[in-house]
Design a protein around this ligand. Structure first.
Ligand code: PGA
Length: 254
């Protein structure tokens, strides 16, 4: 799968429409890759209308765990479930604003309970990486985030390994490092929700993925796809990424 995390972009409904149309065109006619776009909340409904008759799926970039109530500015997983199939929780850009492991676990729990396919992001920062603590940090994040998950959720569970030092920096993780960490994500999750469920869930990589390096990830045996930020805003580049991913999957499947 490829997830297009638009973050706080584009800044107008017109640009969002243009981008989603271009991505839909690129995804048309191929069945190998599930492509999901994650616009800002405010563009979700407009984009949803444009998705009719396309193969694209829709997701939100965050959610709140309570279904409704006095939570100014929040959008619940339950509300999103009526509009989209996917949600991202625990992105490092939200953790950097103070989101805790416990909050990520509550968001993931609510999202899974609302039947949303849920991408849980984890990843170490540069300092933790340099100190040789990447595995320890990431395993702890996965363990905390899955506090409310069960084996029944595995089909809707996606773990994204997103090293913070690789996000938006152009310094993508080497495929070997990414492979080891994605294996760790799956093993850690298996220890919590069970071996079979662990095989079933998806594990993806994110962090400076672009048209030039995407194949090196999607061809990894542990990798079920990529979470793409900056490059997903460039229609031509993201279209090329869909095509090359479909090519890798077609070769692997033949
Ligand atoms: P990037 O962002 O592709 O711009 O590095 C990835 C992400 O934050 O999900």
């Amino acid at each position: 799968m490829l997830a297009a995390n638009w973050k706080m972009n584009p800044t107008s409904a017109g640009e969002a429409a243009e981008l989603v149309k271009a991505i839909a065109d690129a995804a048309r006619g191929q069945q190998q890759v599930t492509v999901a776009v994650f616009p800002p909340f405010v563009w979700l409904l407009g984009v949803l209308e444009l998705l009719e008759g396309t193969s694209l799926q829709l997701g939100a970039q965050d959610c709140y765990w309570e279904p409704s109530g006095p939570f100014t500015g929040e959008v619940s997983a339950a509300m999103l479930a009526g509009i989209c199939q996917w949600v991202i929780v625990g992105h490092s850009e939200r953790r950097a604003m103070g989101e805790t492991d416990e909050q990520v676990a509550r968001k993931a729990g609510a999202a899974l309970a609302a039947q949303l396919t849920t991408i849980i992001c984890v990843g170490e920062n540069q300092e933790q990486m340099d100190a040789g603590r990447a595995s320890e940090v990431v395993a702890a994040q996965v363990t905390a985030a899955l506090a409310q998950a069960s084996a029944d959720d595995s089909g809707r569970l996606v773990l994204a390994y997103e090293p913070i030092w690789a996000i938006g920096t152009g310094k993508n993780a080497g495929p070997e490092h990414a492979y080891g960490m994605m294996r760790l994500l799956r093993e850690t999750a298996s220890g919590i929700i069970g071996e079979r469920a662990g095989l079933h869930l998806r594990v993806i990589y994110g962090g400076s993925v672009n048209a030039a390096n995407i194949e090196s990830y999607v061809e990894l045996p542990q990798c079920d796809g990529c979470l793409v930020g900056g490059a997903s805003l460039k229609a031509e580049e993201f279209s090329a990424m869909i095509r090359s991913t479909a090519g890798v999957y077609a070769t692997a499947g033949s």
